[in-house]
Design a protein around this ligand. Structure first.
Ligand code: 45D
Length: 320
């Protein structure tokens, strides 16, 4: 049996349980732009009572500084207008600049705006804004999900803002992504109950050391990595770019797994465990599964990373 990326996507298909994350984002998408901005403000300040993101360092903020300075100097009404343009993917100079930011720069930009809002320099909601019934519904939906899911909803809304740069890609090279400083080294010796495949264990160890070169060497040249809620990223070069932009500083704590040999000598391996993002450190654990398809030579042809719908899914190690 020869696998394609499409057929590989279906391994351990019982993992694909309906997730509250896309459901919550679908509710959010139905809100008006002003309601969306207000919702994010309420959700963020509410969440801030128990968890707050780590302040992005100066290196990460440098790409956003120009735009932040412009916004700081605007009237409250103009500040609202810029935020509306971002939230509605408008084609304006600031919304374009934002669109070309990396994911982590987008998050850093909003972190900083949030600080300016707390200081009263930027206005969080339009003057006289009245919370609509729709906002209450989405807020309640967000309150029901766990912190790992909440930060994913926030992240996805931030990533989706700004001009859609796929409509007019830039030829300019992207600035190098600053590193996330690790306060403590991640566990580099991992053991996963039920898993002996060196490829899989080496993958986790390399990722925990931000050693993407070693991680990439474990993939076949045409191999693919599918991040949560995204299409597969295919080929070593594309995976490498993705990892240096988005996989830095993660703490990966796989716990248990199942390995299943297939008739052609390939193997499907599913591992579940907890991942921490450098944005929230040890304060937020995300329940994650990895579904690997290893070729007969033990190389990774495909790996899907999924956010689990509930902690109970950590124990779902059925071979189908
Ligand atoms: O609009 O094995 C205000 C891969 C105002 C790699 C605001 C991985 C209004 C391979 C409130 C200020 C990477 C796939 C906005 C593994 C407004 C691999 C601000 C997985 C927007 C394991 C909002 C990694 C703010 C994973 C400041 C799963 C929001 C990583 C800030 C997941 C939100 C990381 C932040 C996640 C969210 C990070 C900082 C989910 C960060 C989320």
């Amino acid at each position: 049996m020869t696998f394609t990326i499409e057929s590989a996507q279906t391994i351990f298909s019982s993992t694909q349980v309906p997730s509250p994350i896309p459901a919550t984002i679908a509710l959010f998408d139905q809100l008006s732009v002003d309601d969306q901005l207000a919702l994010l403000w309420y959700a963020y300040t509410e969440m801030g009572r128990s968890i707050t993101p780590a302040a992005p360092g100066a290196a990460r903020l440098q790409f956003a500084e120009g735009v932040l300075k412009q916004i700081r100097e605007m009237s409250n009404e103009d500040q609202m207008q810029v935020m509306r343009e971002l939230a509605s993917n408008a084609d304006t100079p600031i919304s374009r600049t934002y669109g070309f930011f990396s994911v982590n720069t987008k998050l850093a930009f909003w972190y900083e705006l949030g600080e300016l809002m707390k200081q009263g320099i930027v206005t969080p909601v339009p003057t006289g804004y009245q919370m609509s019934a729709g906002v209450k519904v989405v807020l309640e939906a967000i309150q029901k999900i766990d912190p790992g899911q909440q930060i994913t909803v926030l992240r996805n809304t931030v990533v989706d803002m700004g001009f859609d740069t796929s409509l007019a890609p830039s030829s300019e090279p992207r600035p190098a992504e600053p590193m996330f400083a690790r306060t403590e080294p991640a566990p580099t010796k991992v053991s996963v109950e039920g898993i002996a495949e060196p490829t899989v264990l080496n993958y986790f160890q390399a990722m925990n050391a931000d050693d993407f070169e070693s991680a990439l060497a474990l993939f076949t040249p045409d191999g693919a990595l599918q991040p949560p809620f995204q299409k597969p990223i295919v080929g070593r070069e594309a995976i490498s770019k993705y990892m240096s932009a988005e996989a830095q500083g993660l703490n990966i704590m796989p716990k248990q797994g199942i390995s299943d040999a297939l008739p052609d000598g390939s193997k499907q391996v599913k591992v579940t465990g907890v991942v921490q993002t450098p944005w929230f450190g040890v304060n937020v654990g995300m329940n994650i599964s990895w579904r690997f398809l290893l070729n007969p030579q033990g190389k990774i042809f495909f790996v899907a990373i999924d956010m689990l719908a509930s902690p109970a899914e950590l124990l779902n190690l059925r071979p189908v």
